[in-house]
Design a protein around this ligand. Structure first.
Ligand code: AAT
Length: 291
């Protein structure tokens, strides 16, 4: 550990640790679920850390929040009811709110401290909570989905932390089954699905489970995020039986006006990068096809 630097050390990426120079620690707390920290970095703006793992930085959050949101929502016509699991910083909400067809946005985040800290230190991200279509539920996403009425959502976005700690069940088959039940026919889900460089085994399990549970499309996409382990992160995109969904060819592009909304214009997402995100390196393509 280098003094004055934050190093992201975890058994999920043994033998490596990305580091950021710390200018100032702004917040340190312990919630019922995890350690919460915010620091000012030298080169990536403010950084939100949970249990020692970077959740977002001001500089590159756009690459994650825009992709995890618009990959599913631009793949179906007229999304109306959207559920976000996790995402207590509000960034995914900010992105969902660009879609003028959306009428209702539910969010279920387990940790109220994440919401409070984000409102205090990341106002241009937590701006997502100000949308009147948003209903915030504090609780476990697993329980929330179990209780959700059948066929009630057009899209579910699972913006979850890594599968060590409170998010573990969000990577398991019973959770995917409740997601499928809560979606309308031809509805879509997008879940945070780790890195092809570090977690191919986790991804293979997710793909295998999703192919059993989701009878529509099942596809893997990825984006670059310099401050996430290995500099990238992937997403699992699935649709339920019903009107077919072709994730690789977005049918619902964001119009120019909506892309300027939500406090700031889109920085990362566009229709070309949407289609490109599904192109995989050969080793990952093979591993996923074998499932
Ligand atoms: N948008 C920032 C990126 C995240 S945040 C993940 C969120 O999921 C956290 O706020 C965490 O409190 C919440 N969470 C964890 N478990 C649950 C659960 N069971 N139910 C509801 N919310 C939960 C993800 C960063 C990925 C990091 C990659 N290394």
């Amino acid at each position: 550990v280098i003094p004055g630097w934050f190093s992201e050390i975890s058994p999920m990426w043994p033998g490596e640790a990305h580091s950021l120079k710390v200018e100032k620690i702004l917040f340190q707390g312990k919630s019922d679920y995890q350690d919460v920290m915010v620091f000012q970095s030298a080169t990536y703006g403010k950084v939100l850390v949970l249990d020692g793992v970077i959740q977002l930085t001001e500089r590159d959050e756009c690459a994650y929040q825009e992709m995890i949101t618009h990959l599913p929502l631009c793949s179906i016509p007229n999304p109306k009811k959207v559920l976000v699991i996790g995402g207590g910083d509000g960034g995914v909400l900010r992105e969902v709110s660009r879609h003028s067809s959306v009428e209702k946005i539910d969010i279920c985040e387990i940790d109220k401290m994440v919401v409070d800290v984000s409102k205090q230190f990341f106002p241009h991200i937590a701006v997502g909570f100000e949308d009147p279509r948003v209903t915030l539920n504090i609780g476990d996403g697993v329980a929330f989905l179990k209780a959700a009425p059948e066929g009630s959502y057009d899209a579910v976005i699972v913006d979850s932390s890594d599968p060590i700690g409170p998010a573990q069940e969000l990577f398991e088959k019973p959770f995917f089954e409740s997601v499928a039940r809560a979606l309308r026919p031809g509805g879509v889900v997008c879940t945070q699905a780790e890195s092809i460089w570090l977690h191919m085994h986790i991804i293979e399990d997710i793909v295998a489970n999703c192919r059993q549970v989701f009878k529509g499309s099942v596809d893997y996409a990825w984006t670059t995020v310099p401050t996430y382990p290995s500099g990238m992160i992937g997403f699992m995109l699935c649709s339920t039986e019903g009107p077919s969904v072709d994730f690789k060819h977005p049918v619902n592009p964001i119009d120019e006006n909506d892309s300027q909304q939500a406090g700031r214009p889109l920085k990362f997402y566009n229709s070309e990068i949407h289609s490109a995100a599904f192109c995989l390196p050969s080793f990952a393509k093979r591993a996923i096809a074998s499932k």
